[in-house]
Design a protein around this ligand. Structure first.
Ligand code: GUN
Length: 282
């Protein structure tokens, strides 16, 4: 393997340690950072994610409240819950775990969250602020990617960056963050023609496609930093969007799955919660 492995576990551990120190300082000033998570229904994956978020908060000293609503709860109940959290002075961050059950309107709920408590960064106000280069809550996964690049001294300034995937949660904010860091950015997606030709130009290649082993070695520029955001289950095993073994022989840096970007998401959620508490200052 030629590429340097980007160790998401180690970077996430460092970030969480820094957060625990800052949280203790804030508590000493009389502010206890507080994240409220709303979980609707019994989706097993969501339950695991929410438990992990709760445990990470507790470990960092951040107060965590999980509000569990029934699978068949009404839109009104969910919206009332969010409004109550908006009005609750003790709550700094609000996260509505997705996906919601099919009968609920996700967009309407996300629109209701106070943008200053939107630690997921999913509210249009925050995506707009990010787009305009204003201070914003940024979705945790792309924020985590930027933290990994920083940890390994990979400076996007002047580089060519290619993002495969155009979701509101990863692809688009990822592109905006790389642009803000002065990269020349291309977003590719399922309709992109001559994909490999474009990705081979990338000094930084971010794969957020949702297809196992999609990025092959011949799509990667020698020495590139390859960041794999994918989490796919194949025969019960977690694999990324990048053909790891083959791409490792070509890339300069690479993130593994698991143990790469995935580790960073919760760490950045804690960061956003701390920021929300610091900004409010009470
Ligand atoms: N479901 C899976 N990942 C996430 C996330 O980062 N935030 C929310 N709200 N729901 C999710």
């Amino acid at each position: 393997m030629a590429a340097t492995l980007i160790d998401g576990r180690a970077v996430a551990r460092d970030v969480k340690e820094r957060i625990a120190v800052k949280t203790a300082e804030m508590i000493a000033w009389g502010i206890t950072p507080h994240l409220a998570v709303v979980l609707v229904g019994e989706n097993p994956a969501s339950q695991v994610y929410v438990r992990n978020k709760e445990n990470a908060c507790i470990k960092a000293g951040i107060r965590s409240t999980v509000i569990r609503l029934d699978e068949d709860c009404t839109q009104q109940t969910l919206e009332d819950t969010v409004k109550k959290l908006n009005d609750d002075e003790s709550v700094h961050g609000i996260l509505v775990q997705l996906p919601l059950p099919k009968h609920l309107d996700e967009a309407s709920v996300l629109r209701l969250i106070d943008p200053d408590k939107d630690v997921d960064g999913f509210h249009a106000m925050n995506s707009g602020r990010l787009m305009n280069g204003q201070p914003a809550f940024v979705p945790c996964t792309p924020l985590g990617v930027m933290e990994l690049l920083k940890a390994y001294d990979i400076d996007p300034n002047g580089k060519r960056a290619v993002v495969i995937g155009r979701s509101n949660i990863v692809g688009k904010p990822m592109a905006m963050l790389l642009l803000a860091a002065n990269a020349t950015v291309t977003i590719c997606h399922s309709r992109t023609q001559n994909l490999a030709e474009i990705t081979r130009d990338a000094d930084i290649l971010v794969a957020a496609v949702g297809r196992a082993n999609f990025v092959k070695a011949d799509m990667v520029k020698p020495g590139a930093a390859v960041i794999d955001v994918g989490i796919n289950r194949v025969d019960g095993k977690l694999v990324g969007d990048v053909d790891f073994d083959a791409v490792s022989e070509v890339a300069g840096h690479i993130t593994p799955v698991p143990g790469g970007v995935g580790q960073m998401t919760i760490a950045m959620l804690l960061c956003n919660t701390l920021d929300a508490a610091a900004k409010r200052g009470r």
